[in-house]
Design a binder for this molecule. Structure first.
Ligand code: PGA
Length: 248
């Protein structure tokens, strides 16, 4: 089931989600349990990472007990590449908080044997006890992670081909469409649906139509985000423009 939550602006949304994450981390660490977070990249979660970093610096929130799994990585981009998600996460989050290095997992865009790397990634998530809370963005194709249409509900971590619309949308970060990789490694829809809690964030008018489809259309591979309707605890955090097409 998808619950929608309207926020006045990005910062307030980030504060609400960060607070929820902090409460979960503190609660679980009190009973000696790790917190397994599924993390996302792109411009949408940046205010969330900024708020988590503030909680670390100003309120002493510790991430020592946190284990992270990122959703995806571009194929062919290594940690040194400015547009790799490994680098994005390092610059925008990990360099500023105390998540232990060995607790950070991001698919390896340079893996020689992608199928093996993806199977190992699934195994690592299982070994960590599964994801407690998954952060998601949504692409205009309906992708979650890089699960482009068509992506079935039972898809697992795998190598995928990026949709041309996604490549165009992401070309702003690369400066040139030709530089945007054609492939990626991504957690699957089934992997995402197994997270115990899912928090999807979407801001702005440009996401209004895909948010409407994700919430209202019958679940199908044609719009992978619709599979979230089958999740027992999924919240869409929206600003007014992103929510503008949800009214009946
Ligand atoms: P964005 O990407 O945050 O840059 O809009 C979201 C996504 O593609 O999942």
């Amino acid at each position: 089931m998808i619950t929608t939550r309207l926020h006045p602006d990005k910062r307030t949304a980030a504060q609400a989600i960060a607070r929820e994450m902090a409460e979960l981390i503190v609660l679980r660490s009190k009973s000696g349990k790790p917190t397994v977070l599924g993390l996302a990249t792109g411009s949408t979660p940046l205010p969330l990472y900024a708020e988590l970093i503030r909680l670390r610096r100003e309120e002493g929130l510790s991430f020592r007990s946190v284990i992270t799994f990122n959703l995806d990585e571009y194929e062919g981009l290594g940690p040194e590449h400015p547009q790799s998600y490994r680098r994005f996460m390092e610059e925008n989050f990990f360099a500023h908080v105390d998540v232990p290095k060995e607790s950070i997992h991001i698919p390896d865009g340079l893996a020689r044997d992608a199928a093996r790397a993806c199977a190992d990634y699934e195994a690592s998530i299982r070994a960590a006890g599964g994801i407690d809370l998954q952060i998601l963005g949504i692409g205009r194709t309906g992708h979650i992670g890089f699960n482009e249409p068509p992506s079935s509900a039972d898809s697992r971590t795998r190598r995928v081909h990026l949709d041309e619309l996604t490549r165009r949308d992401n070309s702003v970060f690369f400066g040139d469409l030709a530089q945007v990789p054609h492939g990626a490694l991504t957690m699957g829809v089934a992997t995402i649906l197994e997270a115990r809690r899912v928090e999807l964030i979407a801001f702005g008018e440009g996401k209004a139509e895909i948010v409407r489809r994700a919430v209202r259309e019958t679940p199908s591979a044609a719009c992978p985000a619709t599979w979230l309707q089958r999740h027992p605890r999924c919240t869409f955090h929206l600003d007014a423009p992103a929510a503008s097409r949800l009214q009946p």
